[in-house]
Design a protein around this ligand. Structure first.
Ligand code: OAD
Length: 239
């Protein structure tokens, strides 16, 4: 098993699997549907253009769910790792829930956006809007301009993930790259391990099933993140 010191630069990439034990469904369940919707019907700019009401209601449901879920032991273990490493730690998540932040992670990039935020496509303002009135409404108007319909601040398919320059800089520079709870299907996130590996990082995976990019990992721990990660963090810090 990999060993780290306080000087090790560690980048962690998480996906839906880390929030599964908090009660949030992963994307690629066996029926191919995400909360009973085909992904392309709710997670593309085309869907928002064609049928904004369906997309809006879908995301309102996901946003309301955030009030019913709590961070789990895997989210908390990553906070412990960050407390040990300080500035040498970066957490990149593909998840749009707010569980890493609520657990206490600080150096955190939400590369696929955040359910808690809404964005104006006219003036590009971003607002955190999680009050009851926002979670229950049919559309929310922009507070900065006259756009009556903010969109979810989510990276949909065919859109570019956020903060890619910072992500690539950190991944190219890290000593250890850890993937947790991600199937390795969606790019560019799934390709970050290739960048880490080609720059000499030791690559570790923790996942319930083998990810499609399993062969890129130097070390793989199969199981539930909530069960494996607390001990994993304790062990790599202790060594
Ligand atoms: P997936 O649903 O594709 O994969 C989740 C992975 O987590 C699977 O490999 C599961 O085996 C694993 N898993 C499930 N429960 C777990 C547990 N308790 N502990 C550890 N692993 C577990 O989700 P992502 O890889 O995150 O993009 O999907 C990537 C992107 O595809 C998402 O961010 C989203 C989606 O379309 C956008 O919304 C842009």
């Amino acid at each position: 098993m990999v060993a780290i010191t306080r000087n090790s630069k560690v980048v962690v990439l998480t996906g839906a699997g880390i929030s599964a034990e908090s009660g949030i469904r992963t994307f690629r369940a066996s029926d191919g549907l995400w909360e009973n919707h085909a992904i392309e019907d709710v997670a593309t700019p085309q869907a928002w253009e064609r049928n904004p009401q369906v997309v809006w209601e879908f995301y309102q449901g996901r946003r309301r769910q955030l009030r019913e879920v709590e961070p789990n032991t895997a989210h908390l273990a990553l906070v412990e790792l960050e407390q040990y490493l300080g500035e040498n730690f970066l957490l990149i998540t593909q998840n749009v829930d707010n569980l890493h932040g609520r657990a206490g992670s600080k150096n955190l990039i939400h590369m696929h956006g955040e359910l808690a935020l809404l964005r104006c496509e006219t003036c590009l303002s971003v607002f955190e809007m999680m009050d009851d009135v926002h979670l229950e409404s049919d559309y929310v108007a922009c507070q900065e301009c006259d756009n009556p319909r903010l969109r979810p601040h989510i990276v949909w398919f065919h859109e570019m993930p956020f903060q890619m320059p910072e992500i690539y800089a950190a991944v190219e520079d890290c000593d250890v790259f850890i993937t947790i709870g991600t199937s390795g299907h969606v790019y560019p996130a799934a390709g970050l391990i290739d960048v880490a590996k080609s720059c000499g990082a030791h690559c570790v995976g923790i996942n319930l099933d083998a990810p499609v990019n399993l062969q890129q990992h130097d070390e793989f721990h199969q199981g539930k993140a909530g069960e494996l990660l607390p001990n994993f963090v304790t062990n790599i810090i202790k060594k």
